[in-house]
Design a protein around this ligand. Structure first.
Ligand code: SF4
Ligand code: SF4
Length: 440
């Protein structure tokens, strides 16, 4: 497959709506800022039950490597590295002969969270991003597998790859039109295996609890996970801030397991969730205890795995972090930089342990790619699926659109990315949040 050079692609990334497909949806054109020493492609996929990146590499591995080559050249990077779990021998064996000079595959251990940007950077190039810092500060840029594909395919982003897993009859990885409802995707995968059912999108560890199954798939939906009500994973997501604080205050015995297993603490960042928990019971000097929460990546390991009392240090950290950020709090320079913990290697959490503890072993841990034909009657396409400003509609109610037509753009002066129609149809409604298209 012959692809246009990246110098020609860069101007079209914004118009094509290419954003990070694996996280906050940061617009890709704004991320590619040379010079960078290391380009790292994140194929770690460490969330349990998700298989999307692995399946994309099986089908489109050559295109991913071509994208790596192009982006590496554009960034002037000395090395482009594909970080993937070492257990995927078949993919590594298939792609290794296609590597060109300056490219390598880094086999990762089967731990959570190897897909965390900071952890991935440490594992692949041995550098620690400073607390509160960004990857470019250590000469690295991290991109998701699907983002690289969207870049090299050089066309409007209208569809999303995701894995449907958990209590569904037919777990699989599918390509779906952006704007389709979660309910329709679950039904297409054989429907839920339990009735009633609850849903988390994104991933078990860092996902979002869904209150409305008519919510649409967006450019950053990486997975749809179905569970019976009362499943331990669902129970963790349903706790209210009041419950989290009240129970935490009375039950935390300060064992500090949450800190001892925290992946950012183990990298030497001054985040100590047990201190944030201690602050719940204190009325004085609270700030000193919670300042480190500024460096929490919300990986949820402390809550889902570490805490023997089933408390929720992650959300305590997240709530404190939000409050501290609104106050523009700054961590003092002294104490900011610590060495990587000497026990880090031995304290990593194997994915198999995580699957067992969270009661996920009863579900099929596979998600083979299946090509599907979608025929939704209606799509709801959000105007904000990316970091930055929401897109402004450039169509009106009644406008007839074709798949790939631009529906909304972000002003050139602001960070953002365009939004496109993901099927042929007619614009039936425009709100301040979304554009609806009806087939017809
Ligand atoms: S692991 Fe749980 S009980 Fe122990 S300090 Fe952390 S929050 Fe408290
Ligand atoms: S969620 Fe918990 S384990 Fe993860 S970084 Fe934050 S404090 Fe550490």
């Amino acid at each position: 497959m012959v692809m246009p050079s990246i110098d020609n692609l860069i101007p079209s990334l914004r118009e094509n709506g290419v954003v990070g497909a694996g996280g906050a949806g940061f617009p890709t054109y704004a991320k590619l800022k040379p010079p960078i020493e290391y380009l790292i492609i994140n194929a770690a996929e460490c969330e349990p039950l998700l298989h999307k990146d692995k399946e994309l590499l099986k089908r489109y591995g050559a295109e991913v490597l071509e994208g790596m080559k192009q982006v590496r050249s554009f960034l002037g990077a000395g090395e482009a590295i594909l970080g993937i779990k070492g257990k995927y021998h078949d993919i590594i064996d298939a792609l290794t002969p296609l590597l060109e000079p300056g490219m390598r595959i880094h086999p990762l251990g089967d731990f959570y969270p190897t897909g965390d940007e900071f952890v991935l950077i440490y594992e692949t190039i041995g550098r620690v991003v400073p607390p509160g810092g960004l990857p470019f500060q250590v000469g690295a840029l991290v991109m998701n597998v699907e983002t690289v594909l969207n870049l090299v395919w050089n066309r409007p982003v209208t569809h999303k790859y995701l894995t449907v897993a958990g209590a569904v009859n037919d777990p699989q990885t599918v390509r779906v039109p952006i704007g389709i409802s979660l309910r329709e995707v679950i039904e297409a995968c054989g429907g839920a295996a339990v009735d009633p059912y609850e849903v988390i999108t994104g991933g078990v560890m860092m996902g979002r609890y869904i209150q409305n199954l008519d919510d649409p798939v967006t450019k950053t939906t990486g997975g749809i996970l179905v569970f019976p009500p009362g499943h331990p994973v669902i129970e963790r997501y349903r706790k209210t801030p009041d419950e989290i604080n009240r129970i935490g205050r009375s039950a935390c015995d300060q064992c500090s397991f949450c800190t001892e297993l925290c992946p950012r603490y183990l990298l030497g960042h001054p985040i100590e969730p047990h201190r944030a928990m201690r602050s719940l019971g204190f009325s004085v000097d609270r700030t000193a205890h919670v300042l480190g929460t500024l460096f929490c990546c919300e990986c949820n390991l402390c809550t889902m795995i570490a805490c023997p009392e089933a408390l929720d240090p992650k959300n305590v950290c997240a709530m404190n972090k939000a409050e501290l950020r609104s106050q523009k709090a700054v961590y003092p320079e002294s104490g900011l930089h610590r060495p990587v913990h000497s026990m880090r290697e031995g304290r990593q959490t194997p994915l198999s342990r995580l699957i067992r503890i969270l009661g996920l072993h009863i579900y099929e841990n596979k998600g083979p790619y299946t090509e599907m034909n979608w025929n939704p009657a209606r799509l709801v396409i959000p105007l904000k699926q990316h970091a930055g400003a929401p897109a402004t509609p450039v169509v009106s109610v009644g406008t007839r659109v074709r798949e790939g037509d631009v529906l909304a753009r972000v002003d050139e002066t602001q960070l953002g990315a365009s939004i496109h129609a993901s099927m042929d149809g007619v614009v039936s409604q425009i709100t301040d949040k979304a554009i609806e298209i009806e087939r017809g």
